[in-house]
Structure formats: structure tokens, C-alpha cells
Design a protein around this ligand. Structure first.
Ligand code: C2E
Ligand code: MG
Ligand code: MG
Length: 606
């Protein structure tokens, strides 16, 4: 046959070219540093390269026929498993995941696994494995340093909140569904840091951390997990108890921590003793948030500090509610004056000898839109703390003076003085003298119909401005009374040097005057005997006060027996439920003309 050409046909040419490139590819595949295996559509290894063999400490050929998914742990999570089958079936092009592989020699490897679909009819995939152990470890170390405190090597605030959040999110059916927290702050750490330096301070923190870790470890015995100990910053630490069993478990932990911290520390040959205050919270995890839990812990820690430190305190919802009301009150206090939520009631001050009403004490009440009528002991201290007492005090002064002037005009025959309570801060922080002068001028009330009540502690040791203020007020003709006398220093000699005209004997003294006659009668009646010493002391006090030119008013006179004894020992004026409770101003005129028989009768009780 002519025309037949010599040599390979184009088809054979092509075949040999393919075979050649096939050979090249094979050798590239075999020698590549990247661990690779060709896997058939049934998931069995067709061929592995040297890198792949090395990864599994086997000759590459020995891996042929093995189930690829088992080698690289693709079945351990359902999503990856599903995705793997999509790629195997040719419906997806690629899958990538990270796995921690255990090699036959025992070494663990962090691997990034890629599965790529191969072209062609036969299907199958290319499996490649990259060892990412080094970068993984670096990342882990980075994360560790981001999540731990370098001084104590404890988990830091970030890690603590991460754990707390996931603990609160955890499936409640897995454990007890409860969570507990000990929030700890060292007492007086700042002083140690300031006097001994930061180096010693840091070493102390590290030593404390070590003890806390040990407490947690011991607490973790015979339990699924030990509490997490974290440093939240400064000298604050937290022990988080997941799946707590109740307050008792937390109380035990707090107790052991307290003891552990109390034992002296030896640092740099120096012996240091410290203590800690701990706020303990234990509750159901459901319905609480990290913020709510931390707030409760913070409040409780504050209580532990306020109660004297070196102790643990358990969160008390009632005490917290009280604090919340305090906060709610404090925040509505200032605008309340402008909104006119305060009213004054007046309580008669009665002459003991004749039972005539001489004056009235103005007592403030707050008609709170939410909490109802509040007595002054609920808000006066708050008002002092936030300074709104100055504004409130001005309102009280003006209202009381205006009222007294009204009575004076309506009942010219019965001049009635009004006694107004003045808080310490009003003397210090405002121009009390100017306020009083202005108010008297504005209302037209004569100064001698105004009396100001200050507590003993407010005037004790007063020099400079407060003393000048007292003197100026007294010079104006305004009376000054010492309120609650006997509860403080009771320094009569000192008080007599101040421009004071009245002592108001504290109710505690009067309480001892319950019974007339001798102690035997009272005892026979089954009541506690009055202490005769009380009477001797009070009598001496009244005599001394008189000699120093002061008159004496007894507070809290509730029975006629008390009134009789007070009158006998020379008390000038009385105030109390025996005569009248504090009443609204329109009730006062009705009490004016009345005179109590024998001076100790009820002149008007609502
Ligand atoms: P205080 O000045 O010693 O007022 C006497 C308190 O004793 C009043 O309580 C009064 O209601 C109560 N009291 C009167 N008679 C009796 C009695 O027979 N038995 C008993 N158990 N108690 C009696 P209140 O009104 O609750 O006032 C408490 C304190 O609040 C006052 O003590 C005073 O220190 C302060 N306060 C009241 N109003 C003002 C004010 O306008 N400004 C300032 N700064 N403090 C005020
Ligand atoms: Mg008073
Ligand atoms: Mg008083």
C-alpha cells in the first residue's frame, strides 16, 4: 500500500504526548512537598504522594484503598461530612476545614484539609493536607496572652466575660442550671502599693492569685470542674462557679478564700498581712445576664466593705431593693422641690407648767408620686449627701415662716414660734444668715418667733464660719436650739459658750421615764423598772442647763407619767404624742386656746 506514511500517526503522537505529560504530572505529584492523595468517588485512596505517606508514617502505596475520610477525620462533624459528600458526588467544587490529627507516632498535627473535585467522567477528588501546627500554636499563644494577665498569669477580664457569657448561654438541662460568683477585692491594697512600691504590689497579687488557684482546685475536687479564677483588674479577682449547687457551695468557697488570703505572705523577706472583702452571688442562670450578675456582685462587695471588710457577704435582694429605692429617691429628689412634692406638718411644743402651746416644730414630709408619703428619715440624709438639702431647707424655712406669720396675724393674742430643723450642710454650704434675714424680711415674721434646730454634732467644734453664722442669727433675735441633745458629746460647758438658748433632750432619755413613782411599782406591774440613775442624770443636766441660761425641751413625751416626772425635775417644754402628733397647719389653731389640765393632758390628738 502506497501513501501510508512512516512513523507515528497524529493520534499516536497525541497519545504519547499525553503519556509523557502524565508521567511528568505523576512525578510532580509524587515529589510535591504538599501532602496529597487522589481519592475515588467511593472515598477510597487511589494514590497518595510521599508527603501524604510521611504524614501518616507509611509508604504511600500502603495507603491505597484506605477510607480517606477516616485518615483525616472528616466524619466527626455532620456539616463537614455532608459537604465532603457533595464534593465527592461532583455537586460542589471544594471543601476546606481544619483538623487536629493524631499521627501513628503519637504526635499531634494541626492540619488544614482541602478537598477539590477532579475533572473528568471518572469523578474522584484531590485531598491535600497542609501542616499548620506552627501558625496554629502561634495563634493560640497570642490568644493566651490576650486572655491572660501577665502579673498573675490568671485569665483576665476578657476571658472571664467570655466564659461567663457562654456559661449563661449553656444548655440548662446539662447541669444544675445555676451559677455562682465570688467577687473579691483586697482590703487596703492601694496603701501597700503606695508605700512598698509596685514591685511588691505585683508580687503580692501573684501570691494571692496562687492561693486563689489552690482554693479553686480544692473546691473542684469531686466536682465536674474547678471554679474559674480570674483577675478582673487592679486588686479585684473573681471565682466563677458554673453549675453551682446552691449558696452553701459558694459560702464554703468564699470562706476558704477568706482564710487563704488572711494567712501572712512572705515577700522579699517581708511579712505582709492582708485581708479581702468578697461579694457572693448565687442564682439561676436562666434570666440573668453577665451585666446583672456583675452588678449584683459589685453591690454585694460594696456591702462587705461597708460592713467592715475582711468578710464575705451574700447578695440580699431585699437589701438591694432598699438600695434601688435609695437610688430612685436620690434621682428624683432635686426636681421634687420644684414640683412641690414636699409638705410641712407641725408638732406643738407645750409649756410643761401650764400645758399651753408655745410653739410648733416644722417637720417635712415628701408626697412621693410613686412611694407615697415618706418620713424625713428616708430622704434627709440623701438630700444632705447630694446637696439638695440647701434648696429643700430654703423651701422649709420660707414655708414655715410664712405659716407662722399667718398664725400671728390670725391669732395676735397667742404668739406662736416656729422651730425649723437645719442640716449641717446648710450651715456650711449656703449663706444661712442671708437666707434667714431675707425670709424674715419677706414674710414679715419677727425674729423671736423663729427658732432653728441644729444637732449637737453640727455645732460641736464649730469655729469660723458656722460659729459666726450662729452668732449673727442669735444677734438677729433668732432662737437656736440643740436638737437630740444627749446623743452626742453632751458637752454642756462647751455649748454654753455658743449662742444657744434651748436644749432639746433626746427621746431616748424620756423613754426611761415611763413610770411614775418608784421602781418597785413598775416592777410589780411587770414592766421594766425605770433606771433611777437616768432621772438623777437628767435632773442634773436640766439644773446645769438652767444655770447656764438655757431652757430644756423634752422630746417624745408619750405618757402623762413621763410628763409628770419631767415637770417635777424642772423640764420647761415638752413635745410628743401625749400632746399631739405632727399635724397639718390647719389643725394648729384648734390647739391654741386650749390649756391642758395640770399641764399634762392631751391637747389634741388626731
Ligand atoms: P427631730 O427634729 O428630732 O424631730 C422629732 C421627731 O420625733 C419627728 O419625727 C417626730 O414626728 C417624732 N416624734 C414626735 N413626738 C414623738 C413621740 O411622742 N414619740 C415618738 N416615738 N416620736 C415622736 P420625724 O417627723 O420623722 O422627723 C425625724 C427627723 O427628721 C427630725 O428629728 C429631724 O431631725 C429631721 N427633719 C424633719 N424635718 C426636717 C427638715 O425640714 N429639715 C431637716 N434638715 N431635717 C428635718
Ligand atoms: Mg428637730
Ligand atoms: Mg429631735
Amino acid at each position: 500500500m502506497s501513501g501510508t506514511s512512516e512513523g507515528p500517526t497524529p493520534a499516536a503522537d497525541h497519545r504519547s504526548a499525553v503519556t509523557e505529560s502524565d508521567t511528568i504530572y505523576r512525578s510532580v505529584f509524587t515529589a510535591a512537598a504538599l501532602a496529597m492523595a487522589v481519592v475515588d468517588r467511593d472515598g477510597l485512596v487511589l494514590r497518595a504522594n510521599d508527603g501524604f505517606g510521611a504524614l501518616f508514617c507509611r509508604a504511600p502505596e500502603a495507603l491505597s484503598g484506605r477510607v480517606a475520610a477516616d485518615l483525616v477525620d472528616l466524619a466527626s462533624d455532620p456539616r463537614t461530612w455532608q459537604a465532603y459528600h457533595e464534593v465527592l458526588g461532583g455537586r460542589e467544587a471544594r471543601l476546606r476545614c481544619t483538623r487536629r490529627l493524631k499521627r501513628p507516632d503519637g504526635q499531634a498535627v494541626w492540619a488544614q484539609i482541602t478537598v477539590t473535585a477532579l475533572p473528568g467522567q471518572t469523578g474522584g477528588v484531590l485531598l491535600s493536607v497542609t501542616d499548620i501546627s506552627a501558625s496554629h500554636e502561634l495563634q493560640a499563644r497570642l490568644r493566651h496572652s490576650q486572655m491572660h494577665d501577665p502579673v498573675t498569669r490568671l485569665p483576665n477580664r476578657t476571658l472571664f466575660f467570655e466564659r461567663l457569657t457562654s456559661a449563661l448561654d449553656a444548655d440548662p438541662y446539662g447541669g444544675t442550671g445555676r451559677i455562682g460568683l465570688c467577687y473579691l477585692d483586697l482590703d487596703g491594697f492601694k496603701a501597700i502599693n503606695d508605700t512598698l512600691g509596685h514591685r511588691v504590689g505585683d508580687r503580692l497579687l501573684a501570691a494571692v492569685a496562687e492561693r486563689l488557684r489552690r482554693c479553686a482546685e480544692e473546691a473542684g475536687h469531686a466536682r465536674p470542674a474547678a471554679p474559674l479564677v480570674a483577675r478582673l483588674g487592679g486588686d479585684e479577682f473573681a471565682l466563677l462557679v458554673e453549675d453551682s449547687t446552691g449558696t452553701e457551695q459558694l459560702a464554703d468557697l468564699a470562706e476558704s478564700v477568706l482564710k487563704a488570703v488572711q494567712a501572712p505572705f512572705d515577700l522579699d523577706g517581708r511579712r505582709l498581712s492582708v485581708s479581702a472583702s468578697i461579694g457572693v452571688v448565687e442564682r439561676l442562670a436562666a434570666g440573668t445576664t453577665p451585666t446583672a450578675l456583675m452588678q449584683a456582685a459589685d453591690t454585694t462587695l460594696y456591702w462587705a466593705k461597708a460592713d467592715g471588710m475582711d468578710r464575705w457577704t451574700l447578695f440580699d435582694p431585699e437589701r438591694n431593693a432598699h438600695r434601688m429605692t435609695r437610688q430612685a429617691l436620690a434621682s428624683t429628689l432635686r426636681p421634687a422641690v420644684e414640683r412641690g412634692e414636699f409638705v410641712l406638718e407641725y408638732q406643738p411644743l407645750v409649756g410643761m407648767a401650764d400645758g399651753r402651746v408655745r410653739g410648733v416644730e416644722a417637720l417635712v414630709r415628701w408626697h412621693h408620686p410613686e412611694f407615697g408619703v415618706l418620713a424625713p428619715n428616708r430622704f434627709i440624709q440623701l438630700a444632705e449627701e447630694d446637696g439638695s438639702i440647701v434648696q429643700l431647707g430654703r423651701w422649709v424655712l420660707r414655708t414655715a415662716c410664712r405659716q407662722a406669720r399667718r398664725w400671728q396675724l390670725d391669732h395676735p393674742g397667742d404668739p406662736l414660734f416656729v422651730s425649723v430643723n437645719v442640716a449641717v450642710r446648710q450651715v456650711w454650704d449656703s449663706d444661712l444668715v442671708a437666707d434667714v434675714a431675707e425670709t424674715l424680711a419677706e414674710t414679715g415674721l419677727s425674729p423671736h418667733l423663729l427658732q432653728l434646730e441644729l444637732t449637737e454634732s453640727a455645732v460641736m467644734g464649730s469655729a469660723g464660719r458656722p460659729l459666726e453664722a450662729l452668732q449673727a442669727l442669735s444677734d438677729m433675735g433668732v432662737g437656736i436650739a440643740i436638737d437630740d441633745f444627749g446623743t452626742g458629746y453632751s458637752n454642756l460647758a462647751y455649748l454654753s459658750r455658743l449662742p444657744v438658748s434651748v436644749l432639746k433632750l433626746d427621746g431616748a432619755f424620756v423613754r426611761g421615764f415611763q413610770y411614775e413613782g418608784d421602781g418597785a411599782t413598775a416592777e410589780a406591774a411587770g414592766a421594766p423598772a425605770p433606771n433611777p440613775a437616768d432621772e438623777v442624770v437628767v435632773e442634773a443636766m436640766i439644773q446645769l442647763a438652767h444655770r447656764l441660761g438655757l431652757t430644756v425641751t423634752a422630746e417624745c413625751v408619750e405618757t402623762s407619767a413621763q410628763a409628770a416626772r419631767l415637770r417635777r425635775i424642772g423640764c420647761d417644754t415638752g413635745q410628743g404624742w401625749l400632746y399631739s402628733r405632727p399635724v397639718p397647719p390647719d389643725r394648729i389653731p384648734g390647739l391654741l386656746g386650749q390649756r391642758a389640765r395640770g399641764g399634762d393632758q392631751v391637747v389634741g390628738n388626731p
